[in-house]
Design a protein around this ligand. Structure first.
Ligand SMILES: Cc1cc2nc3c(=O)[nH]c(=O)nc-3n(C[C@H](O)[C@H](O)[C@H](O)COP(=O)(O)OP(=O)(O)OC[C@H]3O[C@@H](n4cnc5c(N)ncnc54)[C@H](O)[C@@H]3O)c2cc1C
Length: 468
């Protein structure tokens, strides 16, 4: 059996930053990385909008899997905040979480991200305007790399790592066995041993992670899913917000049910895309940094969080069923004009073509009220009217709503404050652990465990001088 000091499963931001930091601290450490998807240069989604218009369910989805993980073709928005994007701070403390996110930002800047803009909510007047309209703007700094620069950063980091790390692409880890002081990782090709194992399999690895936890008897819990739509409108309607903040995370408490609806993943001049999670098609969005790839539209999600209590445990199953319903009715993602939704009628090709917003995703015109539960839909409609007060035009008839957008939360794995499972040396990080759900938190969790493995943190969780 081949032996490494550390095996990393999954080469998304969590896995990449773990490998980066391990090598930075100790250049002699041996690291093997298993990645179910392709290497960065081979990642390509076949949808070209011409010959292939919708998802053909590739064995490995290039949007979600491969070097760079789900982040590779993302908008590259690194939010430096504890207010959203995960609960890493609950494990490691607020200050260390922010310090690590800033450190990740420095690494991105030194690998091709320099020159990109860091936006901040500090001192903005928009906060007051939001509050005057029953909306709350959450605090954050956001580095917007953009899909194109994000790719350059990943390529540069890969080039730095490739001769020092044993990368196995298109080779998924099948099982993990605990053997004495270490672990055995089995893939379709072989078995490999290691002293420490870092599991960073993201959202796409959620089912596999669930199975591994069952096999190793690691406790988990799952009780949350976010469901909603992606809104697309002329960029100019939101430009006063996006020019200053780029991404604004705004929360609205509904009058009718007192549910929280929030904006999520705002993409100025961006495009709406399809996302394939375990064969279910949902919607997402991103935007490019370079002007020639930008569109006239801005898109963002409006999501309602559903928390379930006993005896129901399968929150992701609930979200999947709703997404399946939209897939069943629309063959994939459904698009509807806001005006049609409030009038209770299905959108059709003609009305969408005549509208003032040109869709950036080819989706099936339909009726979202046949898909989304009433309570969620009512909350979304209420929030659109609330946003219309701070960004007039949001509630225009031609505003497009794509559905459904679902944020599946991985079940939360029981971990100690080192992000270590009940097996000493088995770390579970990033979105796959349920602790994070963003680029910056996932990356920070990778740096954190690398330092823990190499004893670079003192008892108070403060980084000590790197002496190696
Ligand atoms: C279209 C899109 C846009 C997004 N935009 C943003 C954004 O702008 N800002 C933001 O903060 N977040 C964004 N996100 C979310 C962000 O990408 C994730 O939060 C982040 O990538 C999580 O990192 P991770 O390392 O935990 O997991 P992932 O990035 O999901 O990586 C996990 C990797 O593990 C691999 N894997 C899974 N199972 C196995 C296995 N058994 N063996 C080997 N490998 C395995 C997968 O193939 C994958 O490559 C976006 C996501 C999508 C899909």
């Amino acid at each position: 059996m081949q032996k490494s000091d550390v095996i990393i499963i999954g080469a998304g931001p969590g896995g990449i930053f773990a490998a980066y930091e391990l090598l930075k601290i100790n250049k002699d450490i041996s690291i093997t990385v298993f990645e179910a998807g392709h290497s960065l240069d081979k990642r390509k989604c076949p949808i070209d909008g011409d010959k292939i218009k919708s998802c053909i369910h590739c064995q490995s989805c290039s949007i979600m899997s491969g070097f760079g993980g789900a982040g590779a073709f993302s908008d590259g928005k690194y939010n430096i905040t504890n207010d959203f994007g995960g609960t890493l701070y609950e494990y490691i403390g607020k200050k260390e979480a922010i310090d690590l996110m800033k450190y990740v930002d420095e690494i991105n800047m030194s690998h091709g991200g320099e020159g990109t803009k860091l936006y901040s909510t500090a001192g903005t007047d928009i906060k007051k305007v939001c509050l005057q309209n029953k909306l709350k703007l959450l605090d954050a700094s956001v580095r917007h790399l953009g899909t194109d620069i994000n790719y350059v950063v990943l390529k540069n980091i890969y080039n730095e790592l490739k001769d020092k790390v044993d990368f196995h692409f298109d080779e998924a880890a099948l099982t993990i066995e605990s053997r004495g002081e270490g672990f055995v990782i089995n893939t379709k090709n072989d078995s490999y041993t290691c002293d420490k194992c870092i599991v960073s399999v993201g959202r796409v690895g959620s089912k596999w992670m669930e199975r591994v936890c069952k096999e190793l008897d690691i406790p988990t819990k799952s009780n949350r899913v976010d469901i909603g739509v992606r809104v697309e409108l002329p960029a100019v309607i939101f430009s006063h917000l996006t020019d200053e903040l780029y991404e604004s995370k705004i929360v609205y408490r509904t009058h009718q049910f007192e549910d929280n609806v929030r904006t999520f993943c705002m993409n100025p001049h961006g495009i709406v895309v399809t996302e394939n999670t375990n064969g279910i098609l949902t919607v997402n969005g991103h935007s490019y940094e370079s002007a020639d790839k930008q569109t006239d539209n801005t898109n963002f999600a409006l999501l309602v969080a559903k928390h379930f209590s006993e005896p129901f445990k399968d929150s992701n199953g609930y979200g999947e069923s709703i997404a399946r319903l939209s897939n069943m009715l629309g063959g994939g993602v459904i698009v509807q004009r806001f005006g049609d939704l409030v009038r209770g009628r299905r959108s059709n090709e003609k009305r969408i073509a005549e509208g003032m917003v040109t869709p950036t995703l080819s989706a099936t015109p339909g009726d979202l009220s046949l898909v989304l539960p009433k309570r969620i839909l009512d909350g979304i409609i209420e929030m659109i009217y609330a946003l219309d007060k701070i960004a007039p035009g949001t509630a225009n008839d031609d505003t497009l709503l794509y559905g459904v957008e679902v944020k599946f939360y991985n079940m939360e794995v029981e971990l100690n404050n080192n992000l270590e499972s009940r097996y000493k040396g088995l770390y579970i990080i990033g979105d796959g652990s349920g602790v994070t759900h963003s680029l910056s938190h996932a990356s920070a969790s990778g740096v954190y465990v690398a330092r823990d493995i190499l004893g670079e943190r003192d008892g108070d969780g403060i980084l000590t001088e790197c002496l190696r």
